[in-house]
Ligand binder design. Structure first.
Ligand code: DAH
Length: 340
């Protein structure tokens, strides 16, 4: 019996070495499980004389405790090791470079519009909007362009129904402004316009304009000039000048085409300004008495000035963008250059 106990102890000591958690559980069953080796020894006790039972009983118990203690110690060590391994494996290296998040940016036209609005707001203008789908009345009629007026041919129009169209200009917002507010009026309005133009580097069927309108007593052409000169300096730089050349728009009298000093050559002449030293920005003038009368404003008491400049034109000049189509192609290589 003594030998058997010794032998089992040695076998256990041999077998426990380098075992995994799972193997230890198996060893546990093998030695002290219900049919385990040590349990067998307890069974054998019964066959021994009473004196020996006592002695060996104590020894087998000791062996059982020895095995139990060893197993629980071993399990604890292995579990600790496993925990450390897991912690190491799952730890985060905070020194690794992070994954860069892609951030979007406003489209360059949106940026330009915000900048234009900011400048005019700082000059005391309010910002207005108007509908893109217009009645013929607002887009033409009320702007002193009656039916069959040749000026209608200046703007090839998308008609949606009889007398309903996509506005060809932001000028109809002038009429909305004068219907809605009493003078003094000082507004700008930026918006999309539509024309059935053939596409080339400076024409696109959709484009944007900024419309300006001031109506008050004693408004003069000098006020128009000062306003656009100030806007131009803010937008393009203090050395850039505005030039007015006589032109015809039915809703203003006198009317003027407005140009600014070519920002590329500083006015000396280059291919971009076609050697004139000037870049055309849009139209302007003193609001026609017919237009004022049409909305119930007495032209003997009030005068107004108005202007309409192209937003794409402003952005193309300011950011040296050679082709209007670039705004609408959504090529990320182009758009990403204007992270604002
Ligand atoms: N609406 C005109 C166009 O698109 C531009 C324009 C000219 C606007 C004269 C004005 C103006 O307000 O006074 O061609």
């Amino acid at each position: 019996m003594k030998d058997k106990i010794e032998q089992i102890k040695m076998e256990f000591e041999e077998k426990i070495k380098g075992k995994s958690l799972k193997e230890i559980k198996e060893l546990e069953t093998y030695f002290i499980g219900r049919k385990g080796k040590v349990t067998e020894l307890f069974k054998m006790l019964k066959t021994l004389p009473k004196m020996q039972r006592r002695e060996f009983g104590a020894e087998i118990n000791e062996l059982k405790q020895f095995i139990e203690k060893n197993i629980s110690e071993q399990v604890a060590t292995l579990e600790r090791k496993e925990k450390i391994r897991k912690l190491k494996e799952e730890s985060i290296d905070v020194t690794l470079p992070g994954i860069k998040l892609h951030t979007g940016n406003l489209h360059i036209l949106s940026q330009t519009i915000l900048e234009v609005e900011k400048i005019f707001l700082s000059m005391g203008f309010d910002v207005m909007v108007g509908p893109e789908i217009e009645k013929d009345y607002y887009n033409f009629e009320a702007l002193n362009i009656p039916e069959f007026h040749p000026a209608r041919d200046m703007q090839d129009t998308f008609y949606l129904a009889k007398k309903i169209l996509l506005r060809t200009q932001t000028s109809p917002i002038q009429i909305h402004a004068m219907e809605k507010y009493k003078p003094p009026i000082r507004i700008i309005a930026v918006g999309r316009c539509y024309r059935r133009d053939a596409v080339d580097s400076s024409h696109f069927p959709i484009f944007h304009q900024v419309e300006g309108l001031v109506v008050d007593r004693k408004v003069t052409f000098a006020n128009l000039k000062g306003t656009l000169a100030e806007f131009t300096r803010e937008m393009f730089g203090k050395d850039v000048k505005v030039r007015f050349t006589p032109s015809y728009f039915p809703f203003v009298e006198p009317g003027a085409e407005t140009s600014i000093t070519c920002v590329l050559c500083g006015g000396k002449g280059c291919p971009v300004c076609k050697y004139t030293g000037w870049l055309e920005m849009g139209g302007s003038g003193m609001v026609h008495p017919n237009v004022l009368r049409g909305v119930g404003i007495d032209p003997e008491v009030y005068q107004g000035f108005a202007f309409g400049w192209g937003i794409e034109r402003i952005a193309m000049i300011k950011y040296r963008i050679p082709d209007i189509r670039m705004f609408y192609q959504n090529d990320l290589r182009f758009l990403k250059q204007f992270k604002g």
